[in-house]
Design a protein around this ligand. Structure first.
Ligand code: GLN
Length: 199
């Protein structure tokens, strides 16, 4: 790709500004997406963390839900973090009543999987394609219960109680992490996504 890709961050709710900064540091041009026309103008989209049930409702209110579904189905590269991973999952093990997802990843995801006592924690995760572990922040995070045949496991928890749990996956042009790479100061996960667009 001769020009840097333009990546949109779904800006209905959640930590949008941090993602915009990380994407810029990773060599992309980044802009918020709140309208269908803004979605049409981007080469890829980030679905941030927040609360997947709220994000679903807001996406419906802003007439973005179906355009997002269609765009991701048609191959628009997408990167979901935490609630964004839930939004990109084809199936949620424990959805809220009426909760729908954009889809794109043939996975079953479990919301708030790490338990109520540990609302948030930090852990090193082993990431495919990264030379050293990624220090990840988990905030009421999901994990991936099941992966379909076309899904590549990108990261698992390296140690501790949740060792081996799947916390990042990729399928075609869709990447997702159950942790929040935008708040760590380490932009390697964003670089992986920006790199996917250039392939
Ligand atoms: N538990 C939230 C959900 O179900 C996700 C939390 C997060 O994005 N930090 O959407």
């Amino acid at each position: 790709m001769s020009r840097p890709p333009r990546i949109g961050v779904l800006a209905l709710q959640g930590d949008v500004r941090e993602h915009l900064g990380m994407l810029e540091r990773s060599g992309a041009r980044a802009s918020p997406v709140r309208r269908p026309a803004e979605l049409e103008a981007v080469d890829g989209v980030v679905v941030p963390g927040g609360e997947s049930t709220t994000m679903h409702k807001l996406a419906r209110t802003f007439d973005l839900f179906e355009p997002l579904q269609q765009a991701v189905r048609a191959g628009l590269p997408a990167f979901g973090t935490c609630a964004g991973m839930i939004m990109l999952a084809e199936q949620v093990e424990n959805p809220a009543p009426g909760q729908e997802t954009i889809g794109g990843l043939d996975i079953v995801v479990r919301r708030n999987a790490f338990g109520r006592q540990v609302d948030s924690f930090e852990a090193d995760v082993d990431v495919l394609d990264l030379a050293t572990p990624f220090h990840a922040m988990f905030i009421r995070a999901p994990w991936v219960d099941k992966c379909g045949a076309g899904v590549e496991v990108v990261a698992t928890v390296a140690s501790g109680q949740a060792v081996g749990r799947i916390v990042a996956v990729r399928q075609d042009m869709v990447l997702a992490t159950s942790f929040h790479p935008e708040i760590t100061g380490d932009h390697r996960m964003h670089e992986l996504f920006v790199g996917m667009l250039g392939r």
